[in-house]
Design a binder for this molecule. Structure first.
Ligand code: GTP
Ligand code: MG
Length: 240
């Protein structure tokens, strides 16, 4: 596909830089093998991302049918760009090999699941985690334990089998579960983080205000959740 071709040329550029400081890329057969292996691996990550999204869509529609309730507001998914993969591996002083990417990067495939209510976050996450064909590699519950800056979300890294001609390849996918309010907050906080041209005093003031906003949003969410529980009965799925 065109997208893959674009990725390929990005890797070729990158390898060119590494291979020859003057940028004239001439490739040994082993480098071409590495590029091919890299692209194959990205395709496996993409497959893993689709597997998990499909599972989430199936859960969402089951809830609609059985409980007349839509737990998932919407989903976003992305494959980490080649530039970000290389940047992260350099930052962590990892060798630029496919093996090391597989062993060390768990967020190459990422899905964000934006739910209506906090109960939905936990029921969708728990139902997905209980599925027998996938494994939970890591859980970080920033809803139970919010970050200092006010960030809240539930992060789970799953390993999901992707079936190729060579058999099952268990591949990690990072899933961030959060409510609409948490997503609303995280978007602005993310934008502020990359706004480096503001004076420090202004940045600090905004960070403090954002922390206040996080607490207010959490209160609003709790109150609305409780109205919703009264209207719809007990929450579906296991409670946190
Ligand atoms: P790295 O991925 O190496 O940074 O470490 P990690 O995987 O241990 O990080 P963690 O699970 O804490 O967070 C991974 C992702 O969550 C980030 O890439 C962001 O998308 C999101 N995230 C984490 N903390 C924050 C935050 O404070 N603000 C916002 N807006 N997003 C965050
Ligand atoms: Mg990460």
């Amino acid at each position: 596909t065109n997208e893959l071709r674009a990725r390929l040329s990005a890797i070729v550029d990158e390898l060119g830089e590494i291979g020859s400081p003057d940028g004239t890329a001439s490739f040994a057969a082993s480098e071409v093998d590495t590029v091919t292996e890299f692209i194959d691996q990205l395709q496996v990550y993409e497959g893993a991302m689709y597997e998990i999204s499909t599972k989430l869509e199936i859960l969402d529609s089951e809830f609609q049918v059985h409980f007349s309730h839509d737990p998932i507001h919407h989903m976003e998914r992305r494959l980490k760009s080649i530039d970000s993969i290389i940047e992260k591996m350099r930052r962590k002083n990892l060798p630029l090999t496919v093996q090391s990417m597989r062993d060390n990067l768990f967020d190459v495939a990422g899905i964000r699941v934006i739910c209506n209510y906090r109960d939905d976050v936990y029921s969708v996450a728990n139902y997905l985690s209980a599925q027998s064909d996938i494994q939970v590699l890591r859980v970080k519950d920033y809803i139970l334990n919010p970050k200092q800056n006010g960030y809240r979300s539930l992060h789970v890294i799953y390993a999901v089998p992707v079936f190729l001609s060579s058999g099952a390849h268990y591949t990690p996918v990072e899933v961030q579960f959060r409510t609409i309010a948490m997503d609303y907050w995280a978007s602005l906080e993310h934008a502020l983080r990359y706004k480096t041209d503001l004076p420090d005093a202004k940045l600090n003031e905004h960070s403090q205000t954002l922390l206040d906003c996080a607490r207010s949003l959490q209160n609003v969410e709790t109150q609305m959740q409780s109205i919703h529980r009264d209207i719809n009965g007990a929450p579906q799925g296991t409670q946190a």
